[in-house]
Design a protein around this ligand. Structure first.
Ligand SMILES: Cc1cc2nc3c(=O)[nH]c(=O)nc-3n(C[C@H](O)[C@H](O)[C@H](O)COP(=O)(O)O)c2cc1C
Length: 110
């Protein structure tokens, strides 16, 4: 997370993969995703905590944005590996990284 959302490098990638006629199209029913056959795994890390009920939850525009972007192109169930609180302190960082590694290990095989 950079400044509550995605880093600009990732935004540049998104600008290249959301292409009308390739990964989405508009028809009489509105936008239709054309990339629904892809599996997407997103690993995110955040310096602080942004989960439901936290004081900063309303500033979470990273995971929510990515879920919206992928849904727009037809990927409605992206899998997220999350490490939160990595700049809060060493113990938070260790716990976050261990949890994320465990979650990554538990991903089902494609
Ligand atoms: C430019 C910049 C902006 C950041 N903004 C946030 C932020 O808004 N919220 C947050 O929790 N962490 C923020 N962080 C901390 C990063 O999310 C954290 O360091 C990141 O998980 C590690 O990624 P990196 O190795 O690319 O820095 C920021 C870090 C940088 C360098």
């Amino acid at each position: 997370m950079y400044n509550f959302t995605i880093p600009s490098q990732l935004k540049a990638w998104i600008d290249r993969i959301l292409v009308a006629g390739k990964t989405f199209k508009y028809d009489a029913n509105g936008p239709q995703g054309l990339a629904g056959n892809k599996r997407v795994i997103v690993a995110i890390s955040r310096g602080g905590y942004y989960g439901a009920g936290t004081p900063a939850a309303s500033m979470e525009h990273l995971e929510t944005y990515l879920r919206g972007v992928f849904a727009f192109i037809g990927i409605t169930s992206p899998e997220f590996i999350i490490a939160d609180g990595i700049q809060v302190g060493p113990e938070h960082r260790e716990k976050a990284l261990a949890g994320a590694l465990q979650a990554a290990t538990s991903l089902r095989a494609a």
